[in-house]
Design a protein around this ligand. Structure first.
Ligand code: GLA
Length: 731
C-alpha cells in the first residue's frame, strides 16, 4: 500500500478521535531574549508551557512543569492553559474563539495536527495547525519571531468544511498567559485633542476590557496598544513588562482576565461586538496581527524593540527619510485662493522645508467646500478659489523649489455633495431612520467593491492629472455612524470587518501603483494609529492639539509604541504663551512640520525657525533613524527629556523641557543614555534664538560618554516652558 496515501488517512483518524499525541511535544518560539513555549499535551491539545526570558538550554523546555499556568479546569479537565482556547464545555473563562457550528452546536475542541518553522524576513515563522475532532474546523496559529528586535507577531486563520456557514462570535488574533503575584495595566485613552493619555491600574480578579466600536475613526477614545507590568507597576527603566498592539484599522478589543488561580489571560483581536462573522465553507478568516514584546528593563527597552522592528519590518518606507513641511490648515482654514497659496509656497521655500501641504477646502464646485458641511466626495478643484486647478499649484511649487502635497478624506461624503446625490447607495446609513451626522458627514460603504474602486480613483485621478503631487494627507474625521450597509443587506454583521478589509484593498492598490508617494494617516487628529495602517502610511498625525505642553504628553504616549519617524508634529499657534522656540523644539523631536502664518512671526522668530529646520534636516539620521531613550517623564515630574543616538553611537541629540516651575524644584541633572562610555563627545546647545547665548553650563566642553551617562548635564532650569536642544558629537 502507498504510505503517502495511508498516512494522511491515519492522521485524520487520530485527529478525529482526539488521540494523536501520546507524547508531549514542545514548540519553542524564540527571539534573542524572549521565549514562548507551546506544548502539545498527551491529550493532543495545545497549551502554553512558558512565556518569559529565553531559556539558555533548549533541552530544558521539556523540564518546564505543567503548573506555571495552572488549569482552572483541573484535575479532571485540561492539564494547563490552552494556547488558543475555545468556547465549549472545557473553558471556564474568556476563550480566544467561540464558534457556532452549522448544526447549532456551540462547542469546539482543538487538537494538534502539525507544525513547522521557517525563516522569513528577518525572523522565524512558526505555523501550528489545529483541528476539531468532531467537526471539520481548522485553526492555524502563526507566530513570527524577530530575533534581534525581540518582537513577536501573532495571528490566526480559521476555516472549515461544514455544509453551511459557521458563526464566529470570538476570533482573537492571539492569547497569552502570565502567572505573577500582581498585574498592572497601563492604557492610553483620551479623546479628540487629548490622545494617548497614559493611566494605570492594578488588575484584580475578573475582566478589564479595552475596546472600541467606532469603526473608521476607531481609536478616537482609546489607542490600540497597552502595557502590562508583571509583578510590579509599569516603569520606564526597570521591571518586566508586556507591550502589545493590534495592527487593525478598525474595532479592536483587548481583554485582560485574572482567573481564580491568578493566571492573567491577555486576549487581543478585532472587537467582535456587532460583528458575529458568518464564515462560509472554504473561506479563510485571517485575523489581524497582534504584535508584542516582553522587556525585562521597563518600557524604555520595550519601546526600542518596537521602534526598531517597525522601521525595519513594518512601516512603509521605514528606512527612508521623511519630508519636513508647511501646512496651511491653521493658517487659512477654508478661506484661501490661488495667490494666497502661492505666497505660502514661497514661505515654505523661505523656511527651508521640503514640502508645501494643501489641506482641506480645495474641492467641490456645485457644493463648494467652504466649511465642513459640504463638498466631501467631490474631489475636483474648486474653480473659484483655484482657477488654475491643482496644476497651477504644483507648477508654482516646482518653480519655487518645494514639493507639493494634498489633503484628501476619500472615505467620507457630505450629504451636500454631488457624490451623495448620485450614489446614496454607496453610503453607510440607515434606510428607515433619521440620519445622525458626525461633523456633517457620512461614511462611504467600503464593503462594496464599487466604492473601493471609487475611493482608489480619488488618488488615481489626482495623480493622473497632477503627477507632481508628492504627498497625501489621508484624513478620516467620522466614526461609522448610522451603521447599515446597503451593499451587505442581510449580512450586516460583516460590516465592521469588511469595511477595514475594503480599506486595505484600496491602500494595497495605492501602494502597488504609487510606491513612492508617501502618505500621512490622520483621523481628526490621532483617531487612527496602528501597525496595520502603517504598512501603507509613512507617518501619522498624532493630534490636532499642538499646544506644545500637551504635545509633550501626547508624543510621550505614542512614542511608547511608534518611532519618532512616524509621528507628525507641527509648530502652530496653539498656546501662544509659549515661545516659538519652545513650540519648535517640541515638534523637532518627531517628524517636523509647520502650520503657522510665518508673516505673523517676528524676523528673529523666522530666522530661528529657518535654523531649526536646517538643524532638523541635518540631524534626521539621529532623531528619525537613531535610537530613542526617554529620560524624564512628564507624568512623573514638571519636566520632560529624551535623547536620540545614531546607530554608531557617535552622534546624539538631547531634548529637555521645563514644563511648569514647582516650589523647590529638584529636577536634577539629566543623565544621557545610549552613548559609548569610552568615547569623548563635544556638547553644544543648538536651536538658539538669534543673539541668544547658550545657557547650558556645559556648552562647548568635551566629556566622556561615561561622564554624560553618569553625571549628566545641567539642562533643566525649573522655568516655565523652557526648552534646550543639545547636540552631542563624538570627537
Ligand atoms: C482634521 C485634521 C486636521 C485638518 C482638518 C481639516 O481635523 O485632523 O489636521 O486636516 O481635519 O478639516
Amino acid at each position: 500500500m502507498n504510505m503517502k496515501k495511508i498516512f494522511p488517512a491515519l492522521m485524520a483518524f487520530f485527529v478525529m478521535s482526539g488521540h494523536l499525541a501520546a507524547e508531549e511535544k514542545n514548540i519553542s518560539i524564540a527571539t534573542a531574549d524572549t521565549e514562548l513555549i507551546l506544548r502539545v499535551g498527551n491529550d493532543g491539545r495545545l497549551y502554553q508551557a512558558y512565556l518569559g526570558d529565553r531559556l539558555q538550554n533548549a533541552g530544558e523546555a521539556a523540564q518546564v512543569p505543567w503548573n506555571l499556568y495552572p488549569s482552572p479546569e483541573a484535575p479532571n479537565g485540561k492539564p494547563g492553559c490552552e494556547a488558543y482556547s475555545t468556547a465549549g464545555t472545557q473553558e471556564f473563562f474568556q476563550p480566544a474563539m467561540s464558534l457556532t457550528h452549522a448544526d447549532g452546536n456551540p462547542a469546539t475542541y482543538l487538537y494538534y495536527v502539525s507544525s513547522e518553522q521557517q525563516p522569513v524576513n528577518g525572523g522565524t515563522e512558526t505555523v501550528i495547525r489545529l483541528r476539531d475532532d468532531q467537526y471539520p474546523v481548522n485553526v492555524t496559529l502563526y507566530y513570527r519571531a524577530y530575533h534581534e528586535e525581540n518582537v513577536i507577531q501573532a495571528w490566526t486563520e480559521i476555516s472549515h468544511d461544514e455544509k453551511r456557514p459557521v458563526t464566529l462570535t470570538d476570533y482573537a488574533s492571539c492569547m497569552l498567559y502570565f502567572n505573577e503575584p500582581a498585574y498592572y495595566l497601563t492604557e492610553f485613552s483620551g479623546d479628540w485633542a487629548n490622545e494617548a493619555q497614559q493611566s494605570s491600574q492594578q488588575l484584580q480578579f475578573g475582566k478589564k476590557v479595552i475596546d472600541t466600536r467606532l469603526g473608521s475613526r476607531a481609536a478616537m477614545h482609546v489607542s490600540p496598544f497597552f502595557e502590562v507590568g508583571l509583578g510590579q507597576p509599569v516603569a520606564e527603566q526597570q521591571g518586566r513588562v508586556l507591550m502589545g498592539t493590534l495592527g487593525w484599522t478598525g474595532n479592536f478589543r483587548f481583554t485582560f482576565e485574572v482567573d481564580n488561580l491568578g493566571n492573567l489571560r491577555v486576549i487581543s483581536g478585532i472587537n467582535p461586538s456587532a460583528s458575529a462573522y458568518r464564515l462560509k465553507a472554504g473561506e479563510v478568516f485571517r485575523t489581524p496581527e497582534f504584535i508584542f514584546t516582553l522587556s525585562s528593563q521597563g518600557t524604555s527597552q520595550g519601546s526600542r524593540n518596537l521602534h526598531r522592528w517597525a522601521l525595519r519590518h513594518q512601516v512603509k518606507d521605514g528606512t527612508k527619510p521623511r519630508m519636513s513641511l508647511l501646512n496651511n490648515w491653521e493658517n487659512t482654514y477654508f478661506s484661501f485662493n490661488e495667490d494666497k497659496l502661492k505666497s505660502l509656497i514661497r514661505e515654505a521655500k523661505d523656511l527651508g522645508v521640503d514640502l508645501f501641504l494643501l489641506d482641506d477646502g480645495w474641492f467641490g464646485n456645485k457644493h463648494p467646500r467652504n466649511g465642513d458641511n459640504a463638498g466631501l466626495g467631490d474631489w475636483e478643484a474648486n474653480r473659484e478659489k483655484l482657477p488654475g486647478g491643482i496644476g497651477a499649484l504644483t507648477r508654482a511649487a516646482r518653480e519655487t523649489g518645494v514639493k507639493f502635497g494634498i489633503w484628501i478624506e476619500p472615505e467620507m461624503v457630505n450629504p451636500k455633495s454631488e457624490l451623495f446625490e448620485k450614489h446614496p447607495e454607496w453610503v453607510i446609513h440607515q434606510p428607515n431612520r433619521k440620519p445622525y451626522y458626525y461633523r456633517n458627514q457620512l461614511v462611504l460603504d467600503l464593503s462594496n467593491p464599487k466604492v473601493q474602486d471609487y475611493v482608489y480613483s480619488v488618488v488615481e485621478n489626482i495623480l493622473r492629472e497632477n503627477p507632481e503631487v508628492a504627498f497625501f494627507k489621508w484624513d478620516c474625521n467620522s466614526p461609522i455612524t448610522n451603521a447599515y450597509s446597503p451593499y451587505l443587506k442581510e449580512e450586516q454583521q460583516q460590516l465592521y470587518v469588511d469595511y477595514v478589509r475594503g480599506l486595505y484593498r484600496v491602500l494595497e492598490r495605492i501602494r502597488t501603483n504609487y510606491p513612492d508617494t508617501p502618505m500621512m494617516l490622520c483621523a481628526g487628529g490621532g483617531g487612527r494609529c496602528d501597525y496595520g495602517a502603517l504598512k501603507y502610511f509613512t507617518e501619522f498625525w498624532a493630534s490636532d492639539n499642538t499646544d506644545p505642553i500637551e504635545r509633550l504628553y501626547i508624543q510621550w504616549g505614542f512614542s511608547q509604541f511608534f518611532p519618532a519617524k512616524t509621528i507628525c508634529a507641527h509648530v502652530t499657534n496653539w498656546n501662544r504663551s509659549t515661545s516659538v522656540k519652545f513650540r519648535t523644539d517640541v515638534a523637532s523631536m518627531c517628524k517636523l512640520g509647520f502650520d503657522i502664518g510665518l508673516q505673523s512671526l517676528s524676523p528673529d522668530e523666522r530666522a530661528f525657525c529657518r535654523t531649526a529646520v536646517a538643524n532638523w534636516h541635518r540631524l534626521q539620521p539621529v532623531i528619525l533613524d537613531g535610537t530613542q531613550y526617554r529620560l524624564v517623564s512628564p507624568y512623573e515630574s514638571a519636566h520632560m527629556a529624551v535623547n536620540y543616538v545614531n546607530e554608531e553611537g557617535t552622534h546624539a541629540v538631547l531634548f529637555a523641557y521645563d514644563i511648569q516651575p514647582r516650589f523647590n524644584d529638584r529636577a536634577g541633572r539629566v543623565k544621557l543614555q545610549g552613548l559609548r562610555p569610552d568615547r569623548n563627545y563635544r556638547v553644544e546647545e543648538i536651536n538658539l534664538m538669534p543673539q541668544r547665548k547658550p545657557t547650558l553650563p556645559e556648552h562647548g566642553r568635551t566629556f566622556s560618554g561615561d561622564y554624560l551617562m553618569k553625571v549628566g548635564l545641567d539642562v533643566l532650569t525649573g522655568g516655565k516652558a523652557v526648552s534646550h536642544v543639545v547636540e552631542i558629537k563624538a570627537v
